[in-house]
Every structure is written in structure tokens, then in C-alpha cells.
Ligand binder design. Sequence first.
Ligand code: ZN
Ligand code: ZN
Length: 189
Amino acid sequence: MHETGTPDPDTPADLCAWAKTYASTVDIDVDLDRVDWEVSKRAKRRAGACRYQPGDETCTIVLTWQAYRAFGWRQFTDTIRHELVHAWEFQQFGESGHGARFRQKAAELDAPRHCETFSEPRYVLRCSASDCDWRAARHRASNPVKQPADGYRCGVCQSRYVVEHVDSGETWRTEKGYQQARAELGDDW
Ligand SMILES: [Zn+2]
Ligand SMILES: [Zn+2]
């Protein structure tokens, strides 16, 4: 299944595709034909969610893009297993929570008992193309944060991107801009 090594999805569509593939390898009795997958770029704090439509008995698992960017694939699979336990409860019992039944199933899958939260990243990279909504979260001042003009590009359309220091809203496109922002903010960095 993972013959190409660790998945590294870099677009929401990729993340959906990998999540679906991964879900089919998880040992849980969920009818995946009745599960839809979505990626949210707006959700804050919650890493994922599972919604149930009782009318047609389908579930929608919503994965939070920023959480995936913050966790990386390996840790994000914990979130996928957690949401699959919700889907399992919905399909089997028509309801889901974080009660004893949930906890037992989650333990079987070594999935977290609570809906996982994630912290806002320190930096966000944002594509500068007006018709592209690519964003990437960064917690550390890595080279793509400090030297955005040094050959780094949007992960979708290959345009240049802008780096934003989330707390202050300061933005830059070059290493010089990074150093200026850093100097201006001083202790507020
Ligand atoms: Zn949950
Ligand atoms: Zn772009």
C-alpha cells in the first residue's frame, strides 16, 4: 500500500486521497462507500471532525489542513483513526460521542480518545497568485520562512509566496524583509 514510502500529500486533494487509502488499511468495520472525505482550510483548533447525515446514513470526515501541516502525515493518521471511530459509531449506532464504547474502540485502534486539537502555527506561507489559495503552516523559522526568495515556491502553482508572522501580521517576501520584520518586532517576535 505504501510502496512509495511515507505519504507526503501537499494539496488538500492529495490529503483526501491518502486518507481514503489509509482508511482502507485500518482494521475497523466501517463501510467506506458511505464515507465522504473533505479538507477544511478554515477549521481552527480541531484537527478533524465527522458529520453524520441520518437521512442517507452517510458520514463526512472533515480533515483540517492546518492540522495536517502542523502534525505531518504520521501523526495525522491518529486523527484519521479517531474520526473513523466516530464513523463506525454513526454507522453502527446512529450516534457518536466520546463515551465508553468510543474509548474502547479507540483503544483497539490505538487512536486518541479525544478529538485532537492543534496550535496555530507561528508562520504561514501564502501563495501570492490571486487565483491560488495555497497556504502552509510553519512552527519554526526554517529556510523557507527566512529566505522565501531563495528558490522556494508555492506548493501548487509554483508562484512566489508571502510569509506572515501570525501573531503580528507582519509579512515579507525576502530574507531582507524577514530580518527587518524581526528587528522591528524585537521582543514581540
Ligand atoms: Zn472525536
Ligand atoms: Zn500558488
